[in-house]
Design a protein around this ligand. Structure first.
Ligand code: NAD
Ligand code: MN
Length: 499
């Protein structure tokens, strides 16, 4: 490792130096065949740790452990209030180890540690607490049935919401700890057991979270964590016949594969996939306010956000002034390693991701877009990419149609609002959108016409535990967060008793 380890707290340093094992049935284990892979610090391209590369045999062990824990033993016997208390304890432990977790996240993913503290770690603790509350508040219904066929009997009928069973959770690298919490929270609140597979780029915070799961007192097998790549470990989990439900967050391309594998056995499946979210500025926004909003929508987390506002629709009259103000903000963001306190934007997560983003920007310029600012930072080391503004790309070009997943926004002028609705809805995605204006009636007329799971007004990228989150169209299937998430982690059982 390099000099910046002096910025690490002793706990983070100790964790990084220790051996990395997977969590299966309450045991810390290497892969059955001894295979390993490495994870790097994307700011320095140095190796952080060697991690077990799980194969199908390890995934099978983890699923069997989760099955056993679900069907029998202490977890099966726990009451809702026991599950609530355990989740609260886990949230407290995340909070008690917040600085260590934030530093691990900043190092493994590259994001600024200030963001890791405020968003990833505080968000994970808050979400686990919110879900703890639901453990005791889920319920079925009492039904007043008629049963016209049998008039001589009376009936008592009700529904039960029962835990769906073993959950296979596959998560991406952009918010590693928070995505782990988004999967564990609802599963553990309602009594499921879990096999969690973090992304191969960022396996470390999930492994530390696994230690906290044990410390909190969860019985063996309730939470299992398998580290490995998508093709072997992820695919083995998605296709495992004894997994009852798959919860996936990642690309639309892989989401279709994972969803298809789940559908082969009619396993329950939720998919949180890509986006190409439009940011629509109405003509009452000043160029400065529009630029500030647009910057927040696209540059947060290096643009590696599924809801990133990557298409910016601006009224033609103020287009040039707004684009210039946005470029000024972009040029003022200080690129640096996530661990350094004054870093405004960290590196992208990997060389592959930087090449992908650079390829899109080049394709955009070749398609006729103007590069207003940004591009590859071309630093001697680290996967740094400058905050980038493209203007005037053709609506059909890849930079307007496809998810780039980097700090790249395409600014596009419009002449009337009717036209912009069609263009905003004109991609295969439908995850999120934002509308910016203080003209209440125009805003309210726009909101129902936008095909997206979340529509923000005068803000972007803000989530709340109580707000359902998910996509229309090819941005996914199902909803996470809020009460709505339990539609996908429970089965409804109808019970009829003739009395
Ligand atoms: P990905 O979809 O390949 O990876 C997400 C997760 O799926 C990882 O844990 C990965 O190991 C796993 N996975 C990969 N192939 C699998 C398979 N065949 N079966 C089961 N699991 C599998 O995403 P990526 O390759 O890391 O990134 C590629 C692009 O995906 C990005 O450029 C971005 O556009 C998009 N992406 C979107 C999100 C999001 O939150 N919407 C997150 C990450 C990446
Ligand atoms: Mn890493």
């Amino acid at each position: 490792m390099d000099t910046r380890t002096e910025l690490l707290c002793p706990a983070a340093r100790a964790f990084l130096q220790g051996p990395k094992r997977m969590l299966i049935d309450g045991q810390w284990r290497a892969a059955a065949d001894g295979a390993v892979f490495t994870t790097e610090d994307p700011a320095t391209e140095t190796t952080l740790a060697e991690v077990p590369a799980a194969g199908a045999a390890d995934v099978d062990d983890a699923v069997q452990a989760a099955r056993k824990a679900f069907e029998q033993g202490p977890w099966h016997a726990m009451r809702p209030s026991d599950r609530e208390r355990l989740l609260l304890r886990l949230a407290d432990l995340v909070e008690a180890n917040a600085e260590e977790l934030a530093q691990i996240e900043a190092l493994d993913n590259g994001k600024p540690v200030t963001m890791a503290r405020a968003i990833d770690v505080a968000g994970a603790a808050g979400f686990l607490r919110y879900m703890a509350g639901w453990a005791t508040k889920l319920h079925g219904e009492s039904l007043d049935v008629s049963v016209p066929l049998v008039r001589e009997r009376e009936f008592v009928a009700f529904t039960r919401q029962e835990a769906v069973g073993v959950v296979g959770a596959i998560i991406p690298w952009n918010f590693p700890l928070l995505m782990a919490a988004w999967k564990l929270g609802p599963a553990l609140a309602c009594g499921c057991t879990v096999v969690l597979k973090p992304a191969e780029e960022t396996p470390l915070s999930a492994l530390r979270l696994g230690e906290l799961v044990i410390e909190a007192g969860y019985p063996a097998g309730v939470v299992n964590i398998v580290t490995g790549d998508g093709a072997h470990c992820g695919a083995a989990l998605a296709g495992h016949p004894d997994v009852d439900k798959i919860a996936f967050t990642g690309s639309t391309e892989v989401g279709k594969l994972v969803g298809g594998a789940a559908m082969q056995r009619l396993a329950r499946v939720t998919l949180e996939l890509g986006g190409k979210s439009p940011v629509i500025m109405l003509d009452d926004m000043s160029p400065e306010a529009a630029a500030a909003g647009a910057a927040q929508a696209i540059f947060f987390n290096q643009g590696q956000v599924c809801t990133a506002g990557s298409r910016l629709y601006l009224p033609r009259a103020s287009f040039d002034a707004t684009v210039q103000a946005l470029a000024d903000i972009a040029n003022s963001l200080r690129l640096g390693p996530g661990l350094e306190p004054d870093t405004g934007m960290g590196p992208l997560v990997s060389r592959r991701q930087r090449q992908r983003v650079a390829g899109y920007v080049q394709a955009g310029v070749e398609a006729g877009a103007r590069l207003v600012c940004g591009g590859d930072a071309e630093l001697p080391r680290g996967h740094f990419f400058k905050p980038t503004v493209l203007a005037h790309a053709p609506e059909t070009s890849s930079v307007v149609q496809e998810e780039i997943f980097g700090p790249v926004v395409v600014a596009l002028p419009y002449d009337d609002i009717e036209e912009v609705v069609g263009r905003a809805n004109g991609t295969p995605f439908g995850l999120a959108a934002s509308v910016w204006s203080n003209d209440l009636s125009r805003v309210h007329r726009l909101v129902p016409r936008i095909k997206a799971g979340t529509v923000w007004v005068n803000c972007h990228n803000l989530l709340d535990n109580a707000m359902p989150f998910g996509g229309f169209k090819q941005s996914g299937l199902g909803r996470e967060m809020g009460r709505a998430v339990f539609d996908h982690y429970t089965e409804t059982k109808s019970v009829m008793i003739a009395v």
